[in-house]
Design a protein around this ligand. Sequence first.
Ligand SMILES: Cc1ncc(COP(=O)(O)O)c(C=O)c1O
Length: 484
Amino acid sequence: MHLQLDGRGPLHAQLTRALKTALAGGRFGEGSRLPPTRALAREIGVSRNTVLTAYEQLRAEGFMAARVGSGSYVAAPLLVEAANDPPPIVAPPQTAYARRAREAQIPRLLRRKPPASIRYSFQYGLPLINPALTTAWARELAHAAAYTPPDYPDPHGLPALRETICDYLARRRGVQATPDDVLVVGGTQQAVSLAARVLLEPGDLAVVEEPQYFSLRNVLQIHGARLHGADCDADGVRLDRMPEESPRLICVTPSHQFPSGAVMSLPRRLGLLGYARRHDTWILEDDYDGEFRYDTQPLAALRSLDRDGRVLYVGTFSKTLFPSLRLGYLVMPPALRTDLVTAKWAQDFGSSAIEQAALARFMATGGFERHLRRSTRTLQERRTALLEGLREVGGDRLEIADSHAGMHLVVWLRGLPDAALDAIIAHGETLGLGLHTIRPHYLHRPARAGLLMGYCGLSPAQIREAMPLFAQVLDRAFARQAGA
Ligand SMILES: Cc1ncc(COP(=O)(O)O)c(C=O)c1O
């Protein structure tokens, strides 16, 4: 029997593949006998154990049956594709959802990891590395693993965690909620996806801020929503830029407009709630980093002003702890509770109970807020270093959209068009500087050149080291512009 081994991986796996190829090639009909193991081993020069393992694999996959005392037989006619590694065929999108998901081109965007040569990455969304948090979290996880029952969790969220979240929200964000109002979710991303499922038919109109959080926009687009981008000013989203048609949902970031940094003023908050009442619209309040405020007091969350039960308030632990945790919460309007909890159940039966239990204890014992106080101090130092550095090297070439919150700054390059950014970013890369355009956060490409500068991943010393490099980038970009 001639079998071609392909030389990839262990011998038994090579033999299994070669036998499948032979079977699929029609060399054995259904019910015909395969060579005895000893004979085949001798013939192709491998050990009998290798052949036994390969036959066992074929049996486990249902290609082969053994009859006691009489060897191995081909069990069923084979599908040809089972024999080889699947060829790299891209099927046309099978659903409208898949088509929209492809159009969003998310994998292409996510594949862009910073090159190893980047020493100073101003990427937004990097976690704040804190060894004390790692130690505390490891302790909480070990404790939770020992005490968490292994059965399915409550899809609504662990009662202990929902209680601590309510307590925390009342004290820190002015949001009054009962544990029944709180749904524990896999981050903002899942909260938006659940809201879309429950509130929007494909084709329904939803409003996002312009600019907006790229991932939220994409969840809505992939869901099939029609999007309207409403411009923002220093008071937050502009009500005179709402669409003529009443939207079903409005998504906003009132405590810290993402990415521009504006804080929605109280009159605008009240105006938005009034608009939602008149147009019978739901509001999703994304309060992603309201915890980190410097020099100013936070305004009460929109949800705390909502008398009509229209606001879905979303918080996340991605910023306060770390994004790999994938935990957040949705404070649900009473009228949507059942639908949202059912949608969560349908998606994943509930978030991991061990992580939820660890978090509940970390919050209840004060560790979480201690960590927040420490992180706020650290972030403030980083923000100050970046602001000072930018003012020093940028002068009046830069317009810094400062905000007293969060983990990033928006920096506009005065007089430079958006198209200039590709060369600027490429130049930065050659110097080890990771710079990022604000462009993906706009529905309509901005005319000006703007950078979104995250400062979470760099110490003040690193930020100071990066500034002379940034100055070189600016010098060249502005010189090129002057010569153009
Ligand atoms: C505006 C905004 N909302 C929410 C999030 C957090 O999303 P998640 O909770 O899914 O990690 C981010 C993270 O970058 C963000 O920028």
